[in-house]
Ligand binder design. Sequence first.
Ligand code: OGA
Ligand code: NI
Length: 318
Amino acid sequence: MAASQPQPPRGSPPVINFGRLGKDPATRALAVQDIARACRDQGCFQVVNHGISKSAMKEALEVALEFFALPKEHKEKFASLDIQQPIRYDTSSRDGISVARSFLKHYANPLEDWVQFWPEDPPAYRKKMGVYAVEIQRVSMQIMEAILQGLGLGPSYMQEKLENGVQFLALNNYPQFTHRGDDVGLGSHSDYGFITILLQSSPGLEVMHHDDVAWTAIPAISGALHVHVGDNLEVLSNGQLKSLVHRAILDPDEPRISIASIHGLSMDEKVRCAEELISEQHPEMYRGSSFQDFLDFLLSNTKGYKRFVESLKIGRGE
Ligand code: OGA
Ligand code: NI
C-alpha cells in the first residue's frame, strides 16, 4: 500500500494512511504522532485508506453538481438571508468571503433529523449525500480520536458530545477561471468547528501555513480527503494548535465543486480550553463559545475581527 501511494509535492501536507490507526498500538501511536505533528506544524493533512469508497465520494460530488445545474428557481427555494435556517443556498458575497461561488449549506448529523430539509431534486440527492455524510461523520470521529490522543487528552475525550455534535456540510460550486477578473472563488478565512474534512473535484484549495505569508496549493489526490484544524481545536488545545487560514481559487481548466464537512459540538454546547492544557506557564488563552455564538458573531461582528477565533482571545475585545 505505502509503496504505491502517490506522494504530494514538497511543502504540501503529509498524506496519512488511515489504516495504521486500526493496527497494533505501536503502529497506531506512530500514526497519531504523524497526525499530531501535521496539525501542529501545518494545520492540515490528507487521509487515504479511510474506508470511504471512491464511488461514494464520486457520487456525492456528482449529485452536488446536479443540484447546481438545476434551474435557478429550484435552487432559490433554499435561498435565505437567515443564517439560522437548516438549509441555505446563496450566490452572492453577502458573507464577506465569497467572491465567485454559489453554495448550498445544511446540517447532516444525525441524518434522520436533517435529511427532511435537504433537496428532493435531484432525486438521488438525499440518498447519495446521506451515504457520504454518514461516512464522513464516522471518519471524523476517528480523526478526532487521534487528534485528542495526540494532545494527551485521550481518544475518548468528549466522544459522546462529538458523536452528537453538529456536522455542517457546505457544498461549493465555483465557475471556471476565465482570465478576466479575480481568480479567487472564496476569500481567506478559517472554519468554525474542530476539523473540516474537504473533498474537492479538482485542485483549488490553498492554505496559509502558520507564520507564513504565501499561499500553498493543496493537491487534489484521487481518493484522498483533506483535513484541517478549525477554530474549536485552537481553543480546546489552548493555542497548541492553530486554526488554519485557507481560501479557494478558481480552476483554469474546469468549473470546480467541493464539499466541506465541518464538525463541532451541539448548537449550544460551549467549547473551552481543556483544563488539562491550562497551567501557570500556559494560562487560559480563549473564552468558551458555542456554534450559536459563532452564528451570532457572523450577524454582529461590529468590532471588525477578521476571524471568529480572534474575538475569543482573552485580553482582546470585551
Ligand atoms: C469552506 C471552504 C474550500 C474549498 O467551504 O469553508 O473553505 O476548496 N472551502 O471550496
Ligand atoms: Ni473553509
